[in-house]
Design a protein around this ligand. Structure first.
Ligand code: F0G
Length: 459
C-alpha cells in the first residue's frame, strides 16, 4: 500500500509540560531596548516573546532525558554516569579518549592551549566566534578557508560549508610547520548553518595525510550535517544517519563538541581524540580548570541526559521535522520578499541584512538595525552575525565583515509552527517598513567578543 503524503509538518512529539510565554507591548519592548543600550544580549529574557537568539542550550529535553537525569550518579571519580555518556559518544564518534567539559568553548580552550601559541596558524572552514577567540587568545592565527560559494548568500551550492581544498593546500605548502591541526565545523554555523560533504571531508583527510596533520571536527551540529549528507550527497539516500556520523568521525582524529546543540543538552560539551599523548596533556588542563576526567565540568545527571539526547538526535523522524521546519521558516520569508541565505541552513534561517537594508552602510551595522527592529516590533529576539561580531580587526581598526546576517536560530523541539507563523508575520511587518530603519554606532565595547557586551546608539 502506498503511504499518503501530507504537506503539514507535524512536530514529532506531544507537549508534556508547558512554559508560559510572557506577552508584552511595543512600548515595554522599546523601554527594554533603551535599558539594554540596544544590545539584545542584554535584554532580560522575561521581556522576549520568541527567543531565536540561539539554538544553544535552549532546546526542550525529552521525557526520557528527564528520566535519565534521575539516574545521574554524582560520584566525584569513576561515576557510572560517565560510562553511560562515554559509550553513547563512542557509538557515534569512536575516538579513544572522551573528555567531558562544561560546554564547547571549554573543549576549545583546552585543545588550543595545548596546540596553539604564537606563530601557529589554525585553518577551519569558518571559525565560530568562540573558536576564533580561543585560537587568537593563545597568540595563534585563525584562518577561514570556506569555498567561495560559502561566502555568497545567494549561491545554491548544496554543501556551502565545504573547505576550500586548494586554499588549504596553499596554506600547508607555505606554512606546514606552523599548522598544528586542521579544523572543520559541521555544520558551518558562522557561514549560515551550511553542511560539509563527505567528499569534502575525504579531501581534507587526503591533504592532512600528505602533510601529517591531525583533523578535528567542531561537531556541534553533526546530526543536521549528516542529514544533509543523506538527502543531498550522491549515494547516501539509503543510509542510517548514525552510520553517516560514524563515517564523518572516521575521517577525523578528534573533535570538539558543544552538547548544547544536537546532543539536546541544556549544558555540556566534550573533547574526544585518538592521540594518547595529546589526550594526557588535555586531561591535565581539564583537571586544572574543569574537573576530574570522569565528569569534566558537568554533573553526573547532565552526562546521563546527554547520553539519552544522543540517541534521539539521530532519529530520522526528528531530523525530517527539524530540517523541514527550519526550511519552512526560510521559504516563507523568501516568499514575502526577504532576502535569506540559501539553501536554508539546518538550525537557523539567516536573513541577508545587507541586501535587505542597502541604505545602511555595513559600518553602521545593518544586521544590528534589523535585529533591533524584529525585537521592537514583535518581541522576536535574533542575533546579528556580521560586522558587529566580526568587524573589529586585531589591530583595533574596523572593516565590514564578509556578510551582514541576522540569524533566527531555532531551539530544538521548543516552538510550534504557529509560533513560527507569528515570527514570519513580524518579519513581514519589519520588511514593509525597511526603508525607515536606521543604523547604529557603538558607544562602548569590550576587548574580546564585543557583541556580547557592546552598547549602541541609534543614528
Ligand atoms: N562551535 C560552534 C560551531 C558553535 O556554534 C558554538 C556555539 C561553539 C563552538 C561553542 O560552544 O557555546 O557550548 O561554548 N554556538 C552558540 C551559537 C553559542 O549561538 O551559535 P559553547
Amino acid at each position: 500500500m502506498t503511504e499518503p503524503t501530507f504537506r503539514t509538518i507535524i512536530e514529532p512529539f506531544r507537549i508534556h509540560s508547558v512554559e508560559p510565554l510572557r506577552m508584552n507591548t511595543r512600548a515595554q519592548r522599546h523601554k527594554a531596548l533603551e535599558a539594554a543600550r540596544y544590545n539584545l544580549f542584554k535584554v532580560d529574557a522575561d521581556d522576549v516573546l520568541i527567543d531565536l537568539l540561539t539554538d544553544s542550550g535552549t532546546g526542550a529535553m525529552s521525557r526520557d532525558q528527564w528520566a535519565a537525569l534521575q539516574r545521574g550518579d554524582e560520584s566525584y571519580a569513576g561515576s557510572p554516569s560517565f560510562r553511560v555518556f562515554k559509550d553513547a559518544v563512542q557509538r557515534l564518534f569512536p575516538f579513544t579518549h572522551v573528555i567531558p567539559t562544561h560546554q564547547g568553548r571549554a573543549a576549545e580552550r583546552i585543545i588550543f592551549s595545548v596546540l596553539g601559541g604564537p606563530g601557529r596558524v589554525v585553518p577551519n572552514n569558518t571559525h565560530f566566534d568562540t573558536t576564533r577567540a580561543n585560537v587568537e587568545y593563545t597568540g595563534a592565527e585563525a584562518v577561514d578557508l570556506v569555498i567561495s560559494e560559502g561566502r555568497d548568500p545567494s549561491s545554491r551550492h548544496p554543501f556551502k560549508g565545504n573547505m576550500d581544498i586548494d586554499g588549504l593546500e596553499r596554506l600547508l605548502e607555505a606554512r606546514a610547520d606552523d599548522v598544528p591541526v586542521i579544523f572543520v565545523t559541521v555544520t558551518n554555523n558562522s557561514g549560515g548553518g551550511q553542511p560539509v560533504s563527505l567528499a569534502n571531508l575525504r579531501e581534507i583527510r587526503r591533504v592532512a595525510d600528505a602533510y601529517g596533520k591531525p583533523v578535528f571536527i567542531d561537531a556541534c551540529r553533526f546530526a543536521e550535517n549528516a542529514w544533509f549528507i543523506r538527502t543531498r550527497e550522491d549515494g547516501q539516500q539509503d543510509r542510517d544517519v548514525a552510520d553517516i556520523v560514524r563515517e564523518m568521525a572516521s575521517l577525523a582524529d578528534g573533535m570538539t563538541m558543544s552538547a548544547k546543540k544536537d546532543p539536546m543538552g541544556n549544558i555540556g560539551g566534550w573533547l574526544a581524540l585518538n592521540d594518547d599523548e595529546l589526550a594526557e596533556r588535555c586531561r591535565d588542563m581539564l583537571i586544572l580548570t574543569e574537573g576530574f576526567p570522569t565528569y569534566g565540568g558537568l554533573a553526573g545527571r547532565d552526562l546521563e541526559a546527554l547520553a539519552q539526547g544522543l540517541t534521539e538526535t539521530v532519529q530520522h523522524d526528528y531530523l525530517t521535522y527539524r530540517i523541514r521546519s527550519t526550511e519552512y521558516v526560510g521559504n516563507s520569508l523568501r516568499e514575502i520578499g526577504i532576502p535569506v541565505l540559501t539553501p536554508i541552513g539546518g538550525h537557523a534561517v539567516y536573513i541577508d541584512a545587507r541586501a535587505m537594508l542597502p541604505h545602511i552602510d555595513p559600518l553602521e551595522y545593518p544586521g544590528q538595525a534589523l535585529a533591533v527592529a524584529l525585537y521592537e516590533t514583535g518581541g522576536v529576539r535574533a542575533c546579528e552575525i556580521g560586522t558587529v561580531m566580526f568587524g573589529r580587526q586585531p589591530d583595533g581598526t574596523e572593516k565590514p565583515a564578509a556578510m551582514d546576517l541576522v540569524r533566527l536560530a531555532i531551539p530544538r523541539r521548543t516552538y510550534t509552527q504557529s509560533h513560527m507563523d507569528y515570527v514570519i508575520e513580524v518579519a513581514q511587518h519589519v520588511c514593509d517598513r525597511a526603508a525607515e530603519l536606521r543604523g547604529f554606532r557603538i558607544t562602548e565595547q569590550g576587548s574580546a567578543l564585543r557583541h556580547f557586551t557592546a552598547s549602541f546608539a541609534p543614528l
